[in-house]
Ligand binder design. Structure first.
Ligand code: ZN
Length: 212
């Protein structure tokens, strides 16, 4: 394995651990990828069914653009690999991260009928690439979940085409996807969006109590 892959794999494993500790990737949920090479496309990808708190760099797989394992591992890549590949291609992303937090799961359901939810006026918005002021309005699209990964990849492609400025999206009652130029930026985007979702969620509940 080239040095660059080992460095990336190490980084992926440590981000996975952090997400698991924060309750964003419990029970083997969530998955992570990073581009190793663009032409032909090669991705470092988390394996399927592994506890993200115990994931090691040695377990990170290398896959091609068809989600086939090309490293010397006898493990299956995450079922959601086709979604990562589609996001990398649509956005030119260098890394794609996916979390299953309580707040992203709840809000993806509460706002599903609106097709998404917006964040506006929050200082934390400035952590999203290209956002310079809290006055920015960020739209986070919500898509219906599916177990048909190729169909889901197509609807993600369509949604990303419609919302060129989006930094992430939610799958209903499932989780959050975000991405970035590299792992550090993708991690920052996940942290910012998870923060905003929790802030909106908590405000909804406390707001309801105040009215009583
Ligand atoms: Zn998932």
């Amino acid at each position: 394995m080239p040095d660059s892959f080992l460095r990336i794999a190490d980084n992926v494993a440590s981000i996975a651990k952090g997400f698991q500790l924060r309750g964003w990737a419990l029970g083997t949920s969530g998955n992570l990828s990073a581009v190793v090479e663009r032409e032909p496309l090669k991705l470092a990808m988390s394996p399927s069914g592994v506890d993200k708190g115990e994931l090691t760099a040695e377990q990170i797989l290398m896959i091609d653009e068809h989600a086939s394992v090309i490293s010397a591992h006898h493990a299956k890549p995450s079922d959601e690999s086709p979604l990562h590949i589609r996001i990398v291609k649509e956005r030119g992303a260098g890394a794609v991260l996916h979390t299953h937090s309580i707040w992203n799961t709840m809000l993806s359901d509460i706002y599903a009928a609106d097709g998404g939810l917006s964040f506006e006026g929050y200082e934390m918005l400035k952590g999203l690439e290209g956002v310079k002021t809290h006055e920015h309005r960020e739209w986070l699209p919500i898509l219906e979940n599916s177990q048909d990964m190729l169909a889901l990849a197509d609807s993600i492609g369509e949604t990303l085409g419609q919302h060129k400025d989006a930094h992430g999206f939610l799958l209903r009652r499932h989780g959050l996807y975000s991405w970035g130029r590299n792992l550090a930026q993708a991690k920052r985007h996940i942290e910012i969006i998870e923060f905003l979702l929790e802030a909106v969620g908590r405000t909804l509940f406390i707001g309801n109590r105040r009215q009583k």
